[in-house]
Design a protein around this ligand. Sequence first.
Ligand code: HEM
Length: 534
Amino acid sequence: MATVFDLNVVYMLASATSLIVLLYKWVFAPKKQRTLPVWAPIEIALTSLIVSKGGLAQRIYTYVRRYDGSLFGLTWKHQVLVNLPSVDRLMSQSYHTLNAEPMQYTIFTRVFGGVDSAQLKTKLEKSWKDLLRPIEEMFLNDTASTVAIERGNAFEKAASLVTFSTDASQMKRWELSAGVKVITPDVPEISGAVEVNLQSLTRDFGACVAIPLLYGQDFMDRYSKLLDDFWRFDNEVFPLLMIGIPTWAPFKMMKEGVTARSRLLKEISGLYRRIDQYQRGEPVDFGADLSDISKVALERNKAYDRQGWTFEERGGGDLAILWGQNANTQPILFWLVTYIYSTPGLLGRLREETAPYITLSRNKPLEVESTDLPGLFSKCPLLKACIFETYRMANEATSIRYVARPVTIDDGTYKHEMRPGMFVSAPHSVIQRDPSVYPDPDQFIPDRFLATDAESGKTVARYGRLRPWGTGSAMCKGRTFAEKEIITLGTAIISLWDIGPADGAWKLPTMIPGTGVKKPIKDIRVVVSRRMLN
Ligand code: HEM
């Protein structure tokens, strides 16, 4: 009897063990699949939170994690590298070892509407470098990015940041979602005042300057819902899709966001159809004017064409670029403007610093007559420090790579062997609110990024440990343009406008995680009036 019982137990244990082994293999075993696990973004967010808060949660996590040292994560498939000292060196490995392309394919198919298939994967692999090259040529190259910024006419547009109009047909595009309320009308000698939603106004203003540089003015004018659709997609469905929530999930936010994405995809693929007609010398749909379309879009169309991308696929491929160009830059502009106006004394210091590089008209209303953009970009350390401090407060950059070949991570006293098939992520923002790195981390203190250059003795802004653009060879390809855009638009706004809180005192909104840059939980109501020179 006892033997039968023992055998039963043995059989049960054997079956349970086999089941566990099978399940383990199914969940954790190496697979050929080269997409980021859906739970990895949650693991990155939770790890960053737990590690920055410390305490019991961190002790438990440290105990149950799979590796030691700077590596956090429960499975071999994905590891989060927290404050790894050698992270820059590790991420600078060639793409044969650490590859960013599988991550891009993941976002492309999970978020930007690409339909996962072996053919699409091959198309992306074969086109990836040709699709990135034109972006590097326009957005990373120093001269080309300055030329692009000049073409954007930001100072001229900024003179109409608010038009003091209540008639939508007379308003500028960036005012349309800003809840404009005219408080006092604008007359020649006394500036009017309008109450607006600052986030909406600044981010749409930035998008209206940037998007035509990429896709031409006709695209903006033809697609009247572009900005609403873009922000709805970015704010509402991007994070949900990234963690694998299906597009059919029955809630309003998903439904509306997916509809907005469908329109974006349709409009961008329509644009690429027109670009294709234009390049082939065929009649262009609607007789659209494509004379100001960027070389980026023209070159990308040729790259898509070489690998036989359909126009629908081109729509998804370029939604990624439209998103990359705007999703971080415009919210950073909003936070920068908010911090400049709400930090006592800062506006005056910045107006003084930037004054030598802009000539203001003495006429009313105030306008910028001429600018010295190279001077603005290279000789305004305080403004740059303000932008760095804004990144520190609001930006959450992460570098995610696929391990394509075995690699050893050098982690001080530890050495970790990473095997092909896994993903590693470096959330660079973990230190951004650490008081041992940045004293008074919740205060906006731009001067912390200023230093004296040992050779020239001049004051310069230095990034230090901040990594807003990620790191390594897949670091942001739009960073030169983005920084110049933020400097230019920020300067244009502070030179021409006074902005104050609508209810008498600045109260900065709580920040909530976004898709890179944090969002305000609620927009801020402000009063905008013309700057009056004495
Ligand atoms: C403040 C604005 C911006 C921020 C904070 C930002 C940040 C980032 C970050 C953190 C990455 C990932 C880097 C990594 O994996 O290590 C990235 C990638 C990228 N960004 Fe930006 N970005 C900004 C603006 C732009 C602009 C204006 C463009 C222009 C189109 C752009 C294009 C790209 C592209 C193409 C990549 C992928 C690079 C690759 O995989 O090789 N970004 N960006």
